[in-house]
Design a protein around this ligand. Structure first.
Ligand SMILES: [Zn+2]
Ligand SMILES: [Zn+2]
Length: 186
């Protein structure tokens, strides 16, 4: 399975990318799927038309559309996932940590609210790195066809807050691993 990781910001991303790739490969390997991650070498600037000035957040469906239109030539080969230190929302939701469009094979992880500093808790390399790893795995799980899981330890469980993110692991539960292999015919 080939994945293209697209940085939307260098800040809070470039220092973590190697760690995230290691975690992604390890998690999927344990789930029985071998993952090949490439990184887009430029910073992908989100279009201002996706930015809501009153909320100071990006409208996530607009970002996903932009990823789809920008990378559609390679989407037969790659799953594309953006990652950036920005804040995103969707209709009816105050914010989203991430969002996936499995039909178009694109997803995005918004890392600003995964940063302990956002909650006045101070800089914490490990905690931020782990939270983002989990959300990257979660959105890739959606791209591969997985739905939310009721096991709170499973990476596919839905997170309402960073505390839910902290409570889950970056691993697929046995049921989700099995579903993953079934869907991929391996
Ligand atoms: Zn989800
Ligand atoms: Zn699960």
């Amino acid at each position: 399975m080939k994945v293209l990781l697209v940085p939307f910001t260098m800040f809070m991303v470039s220092d973590y990318i190697d760690y995230w790739i290691g975690n992604l490969s390890d998690t999927f390997e344990r789930g029985g799927v071998s993952l090949d991650v490439d990184v887009w070498t430029e910073t992908f600037t989100p279009p201002m038309k996706c930015f809501d000035w009153s909320r100071r957040q990006y409208y996530s469906p607009c970002i996903l559309d932009k990823l789809f239109s920008s990378f559609k030539e390679i989407l037969d080969e790659y799953l594309v996932i953006g990652v950036g230190y920005i804040d995103g929302y969707d209709t009816g939701l105050n914010f989203v940590f991430g969002e996936a469009d499995p039909l178009h094979r694109v997803a995005m992880v918004y890392t600003k609210r995964l940063d302990p500093s956002f909650y006045g808790e101070g800089y914490d390399w490990n905690r931020y790195a782990e939270r983002v790893s989990k959300e990257l795995v979660h959105e890739l799980g959606h791209l591969l066809g997985l739905k939310h899981c009721r096991d709170p330890r499973c990476v596919m469980s839905f997170s309402n807050s960073v505390y839910d993110v902290d409570a889950k692991t970056r691993f697929f539960c046995d049921r989700c691993s099995m579903k993953l292999r079934n869907m991929l015919n391996i």
